[in-house]
Ligand binder design. Sequence first.
Ligand code: KIV
Ligand code: ZN
Length: 391
Amino acid sequence: MSNNNIQIFDTTLRDGEQVPGCKLNTDQKVVIAEQLDALGVDVIEAGFPVSSPGDFKSVEAISKIVKNATVCGLTRSVENDIKVAAEALKYAVKPRIHTGIGTSESHIVHKFKTTQEDILERAYAAVKYAKSFVEDVEFYAEDAGRTDNEYLARVCEAAIKAGATVLNIPDTTGYCLPSEYGAKIKYLKENVKGIEKAILSCHCHNDLGLATANSIEGVINGARQIECTINGIGERAGNTALEEVVMVLKQHPYLKLDTNINTSMLYGMSQLVSDSMGIYTQPNKAIVGANAFAHSSGIHQDGVIKNRETYEIIDPKDVGVTESAIVLTARSGRAALAYRAKNVGYELTKLQLDDVYANFLSFADKKKEINDNDIHQIIETSNVYQQIISA
Ligand code: KIV
Ligand code: ZN
């Protein structure tokens, strides 16, 4: 792995599956895991094995079929969780245990009702115990986003001493600003003793719509793993969207940060997850939404027809979308109508277009969107139809 390679840790099947109203069965999870492996993710977080027999079974089944990616299971800093996760992961070619504990004052005081020193000891002990089963142990400091940096650095040091290979710095509540989250990663890079033995990981939630921006700031400041989900699904407002961070890095090559993702599979992957979970993807969702490459205003359509790059920064084929869509509505202009008419077989002269366009506008005022059948009807009922077909 080059120092500029960003590891993509997919948690669609764990944090993503925590989305209300969603439950996947083991077969569905296995299909998604196979596709994630083909997509090129580096780590698949397959579940939280101690949480239910179903989750255990899914992690075990995924461990058996994944060929390339590391397969990871979540635990709390509890011995039995770790033992059960190790059991579920025993068939994985590359197993990872992901263990951790809350480190913010709010978690220490209200959730654990204990002290900072006790949390440090529990963190150390959990990593040490996980190391007795697998080599690859990731430690998460839950609510790191609201944890004081000095104390967070001490927790990270303890986890490294116990053998952690990855340190996950979750912005669990999606609270941080990008500059704050970036500064936190930088602080840890510069102040944690032994940091060269582990990589830092960004795990950002989207409560303020900043998950993608925070993850990108994290890697700019030295983190080398991003934890994310397909379509950004997850608890509350969701997690960082995999397709977004991957495309941000691809579209900004001067950052010199790349991933192993085959981006042409992104759209298909998004559809698979949305169909399996029964969770509809908003049309304006970046990269994979139905409107991400659709143009409906006349000015934009005219530009895109002349040169796609006037209004598109991504080639749709790069993410597995066949082509940009020119959507015909009452807001469309002559260029868009001529383009769509040509696609269904009519080459219109300028004068013919003027006449057909007037007919189009009266249709479009009655209908939200004009489809190919409507175009035939518009042309057939125009004054110049005989002229067009005899040309
Ligand atoms: O958001 C979070 O803090 C988590 C941890 C359990 C990794 O999902
Ligand atoms: Zn999370």
